[in-house]
Ligand binder design. Structure first.
Ligand SMILES: [Zn+2]
Length: 359
């Protein structure tokens, strides 16, 4: 059993305060730990033909930031103290702590407000990702590993709002681009009986039973858990894993794939639906994690997660809408498992799990 907590999404909100036009002295006061991000920001702008001279900026650390009662990981007061743009960063936030990539996105987002004077953009790319670093919420838009190929686009867009979409967000298969006839069912678990090898019974942490076509899980002790199955994927083939689940807002559940031989099952990839509103895509082993607001929300009805592997590309779908794509540059293991968890009392019902090879 492993544990993985609920992913918390913190909003990043920029505040625009226009003060009078009275002229003030410039102030530059940036903590040492932030200065490399400023240097990188200036360097990235310069390579794109935008010379920046940042000599009027204050960055301060502050905990439990809130904007209009909503938690924020950072904010920009453009008119700030004495007219100096001021960025506040919460170093206890998920955005700061998840990884260096997430930290960079937080600081660059606030520099987007405070230096480039940009506002939020809610628009999305064809693959479901946000169009801009200036998204209104705090999800990771690229990670240090499986989505690092997206980083240069987001830098381009930050400094040039007209930047067109790239092939990685345009040339992507929508769910129905592969017809059912082009798939071969290799495994299906409809939970009609208890013979599928899935763990049932009760422990201090969870109770699990197979009943009426569902794998019914109840979380007794708050936390994250997983079970695996003996099924092995032929990893050299292209395939799809389909997972149908029902959960409430206090729970999460999803697909695990990869890892080592049993019993040391360590999932390498996970696709998780959290609280009927957020999809988390990432890796446990490598600590890479990106969360996205769900493209659709069928709550409280059954939802479907699909991960489709074509070559080195992984495409993730929620209710048959593409929500993200990443690239894997290593061989994962061949195991399938499912993860579930949440607060005590959470109930999760799994309808069906399928493995399909793409012809
Ligand atoms: Zn913002």
């Amino acid at each position: 059993m492993s544990s993985s907590g609920r992913i918390k999404i913190l909003v990043i909100i920029g505040i625009v305060v226009f003060l009078g036009s009275c002229k003030k002295d410039k102030v530059y006061n940036v903590p040492l730990i932030i200065q490399p991000y400023i240097d990188e920001f200036i360097a990235e702008a310069a390579t794109r033909g935008l010379p920046l001279d940042i000599d009027n900026l204050v960055v301060v650390f502050e905990e439990e930031l809130k904007v209009d009662g909503v938690e924020a990981a950072g904010l920009c007061q453009r008119g700030g103290r004495n007219g100096t743009p001021t960025i506040k960063i919460d170093t206890t936030s998920v955005n700061w702590q998840t990884n260096l990539s997430s930290r960079e996105q937080l600081v660059f987002h606030e520099l987007g407000h405070c230096v480039l004077e940009r506002s939020h953009i809610e628009e999305r790319l064809s693959n479901g990702n946000y169009r801009s670093t200036m998204r209104p919420t705090g999800e990771q838009i690229y990670g240090p590993e499986y989505s690092s190929f997206k980083r240069s686009y987001y830098f381009d867009e930050l400094f040039d709002i007209e930047t067109p979409e790239q092939s990685w967000s345009i040339d992507v298969p929508q769910y129905n681009d592969i017809s059912p006839a082009a798939k071969t069912l290799a495994f299906e678990e409809p939970f009609n009986d208890a013979n599928g090898g899935w763990s049932t019974g009760q422990s201090n942490s969870t109770s699990r039973k197979i009943e009426g076509g569902f794998y019914k899980i109840k979380i007794l002790q708050a936390g994250g858990y997983y079970v695996d199955n003996t099924l092995a994927i032929q990893a050299d083939k292209d395939f799809e894993i389909e997972y149908n689940l029902t959960l409430d807002e206090s729970g999460f559940s999803g697909i695990l794939w990869g890892g080592e031989e049993r019993p040391g099952f360590l999932p390498s990839f996970k696709l998780m639906y959290i609280g009927n509103e957020v999809v988390s895509i990432g890796s446990i082993v490598h600590g890479t994690e990106s969360s996205y607001e769900a493209a659709q929300n069928n709550s409280p009805l059954s939802n479907q997660l699909v991960v489709r592997k074509i070559g080195v590309n992984l495409y993730c779908y929620l209710n048959q809408s593409l929500i993200d794509n990443i690239m894997i540059n290593e061989s994962f293991g061949d195991k399938i498992g499912i993860a579930f968890g949440g607060a005590a009392g959470t109930e999760i019902m799994v309808d069906n799990i399928k493995l399909l090879y793409l012809n």
